[in-house]
Design a protein around this ligand. Structure first.
Ligand code: ARG
Length: 456
């Protein structure tokens, strides 16, 4: 039989263990234990300020909460309770007696859950942002150490134009940066104090909520008690921000898995992030990147789970909201693990400069050839058509545009005349990109500088 804070409501209640276990959330909400102790200590101080606790009672409660913190090391001790909130209250009463019975004056578990979850995320979101920054540091390192490597840039998974490998790698830096921004933005809405909302209508205790806000380090105070006890938007948007962050990393992971194939051969992985086969001894499998690729599915699943639990709920608190614990905790912990694994893997990737250079085939300069004609006064659409015929004619001959003779070029367009010497030089092509944010080496160096500023 579990100990409940509301036991006296029913007389001669015959507990049915399957139902008590079903109702209980203690197995899922112990991760809020630290937050619950902080929130309870702040609440006790608030009660004292409001004149509902004597100095002695407050001291007893604060001492008792500290003692319970010790007992938290043994989760077994918490098994018999309904949830972490009632466990702390009942253990406090056990610990200090009468004064403990006053802690819940004017308070509800509905506001405690919301407060604890927000306190938890106020710690976790900055840690997650830090973990994302480690991924970014690894990306900048990879880009900076290989600044002169060229590779084909792809769209539709077809070779498009030459780019710097560093430009490619940094493309993920900015995706992760947006992920960090989303988390920071979510944190703004997390950083709101619910305590003082009571069950749904507010508290009869004249609590100084500003004092509670300061004690718990919240940026703001919720405006509506009815709203804040039922709101889980802050959990959902945090999970979404994490899911999207992992979604971006899963695209990197898929690229890397592909780039490590014998067919591409662009990347080599340190054996520490690979596995081999129990049967095929030659295998070097990119397991870690495959798992990073799979990870957003789990996050999305948790997001969907909570989304659907909230969908169609009546406003204010409903027990369905108890279901938010697992998606919240597991989502946060999972994302942190994936970010750490991604960062550690990125530090152990070696690009193969020769293979990437070899993949920059002459046809990737077709757009550069159109530009040659544009420079010589031909309208772009005509220049594009001429370069396209060059590709087609070369293809018909079974080759690429580097195999065309001077006569053939002249026949395709008289202004092709003399093709610039460096037209099939990847770096020359890359240097012709002039815009900010382009793959031009100077612009890529600027990107690296800006990235580093963002990381300091
Ligand atoms: N264990 C509950 C939860 O996590 C705490 C709030 C319960 N409130 C209530 N009125 N039964 O949501």
């Amino acid at each position: 039989m579990r100990a409940m804070v509301w036991e006296s409501r029913f007389e001669g209640r015959a507990p049915v263990s399957i139902l008590e276990n079903f109702n209980s959330s203690i197995a899922a909400d112990m991760f809020l234990f630290g937050a619950e102790l902080r929130a309870s200590s702040a609440y006790a101080r608030g009660l004292a300020t409001a004149g509902l606790l004597t100095r002695k009672e407050l001291a007893a409660i604060l001492g008792g909460l500290a003692a319970i913190e010790e007992r938290g090391r043994n989760p077994e001790a918490f098994r018999p309770f309904e949830d972490v909130h009632s466990a702390v209250e009942l253990l406090l009463i056990e610990e200090i007696g009468e004064a403990g019975k006053k802690l819940h004056t004017g308070r509800s578990r509905n506001e405690q859950v919301a407060t604890d979850e927000r306190l938890y995320l106020k710690d976790e979101i900055p840690a997650l942002i830090g973990a994302a920054a480690s991924v970014q540091r690894a990306l900048v390192g990879l880009a900076e150490q290989n600044i002169e490597i060229v590779m084909p840039g792809y769209s539709h998974l077809q070779r498009g134009q030459p780019i710097l490998f560093a430009h490619y790698v940094l493309s993920f830096f900015w995706a992760v940066e947006r992920g960090k921004e989303r988390l920071r933005d979510a944190l703004r809405r997390v950083d709101v104090l619910p305590l003082g909302s009571g069950a749904l209508a507010g508290s009869t205790v004249p609590l100084d909520r500003e004092e509670l806000r300061k004690l718990l380090g919240f940026a703001e105070i919720s405006e509506n008690s009815y709203d804040v006890v039922g709101d889980r938007g802050f959990v959902l948007e945090t999970l979404f921000a994490l899911a999207l962050l992992l979604l971006d990393l899963s695209r990197l992971a898929e690229d890397f898995v592909l780039f490590a194939t014998a067919e591409f051969g662009f990347l080599e992985f340190d054996p520490s992030l690979a596995t081999s086969s129990s049967l095929m001894p030659q295998k070097k499998n990119p397991d870690v990147f495959e798992l990073v690729r799979a990870a957003p599915g789990r996050l999305f699943g948790r997001l969907a789970q909570l989304f659907l639990a909230v969908k169609g709920l009546p406003s204010s608190y409903n027990k369905d909201l108890q279901e938010d614990k697992k998606p919240l905790r597991e989502g946060v912990e999972d994302a942190r693990l994936v970010l750490a694994a991604a960062a550690a893997s990125l530090e152990r990737v070696r690009p193969n400069r020769e293979r990437m250079r070899a993949a920059v085939a002459p046809n990737l300069f077709a757009a550069d050839l159109a530009d040659v004609l544009v420079d010589r006064g031909v309208p772009f659409r005509d220049a594009h058509a001429a370069a396209a015929s060059a590709v087609r004619i070369a293809e018909e001959k079974g080759g690429d545009i580097a195999s065309l003779t001077a006569d053939e070029w002249a026949a395709i367009h008289p202004l092709f005349g003399k093709i610039p010497e460096d037209i099939f030089d990847p770096l020359a092509s890359i240097r012709r990109k002039k815009t900010s944010g382009s793959t031009h080496p100077d612009k890529v160096r600027l990107q690296i500088e800006r990235a580093k500023v963002l990381l300091t």
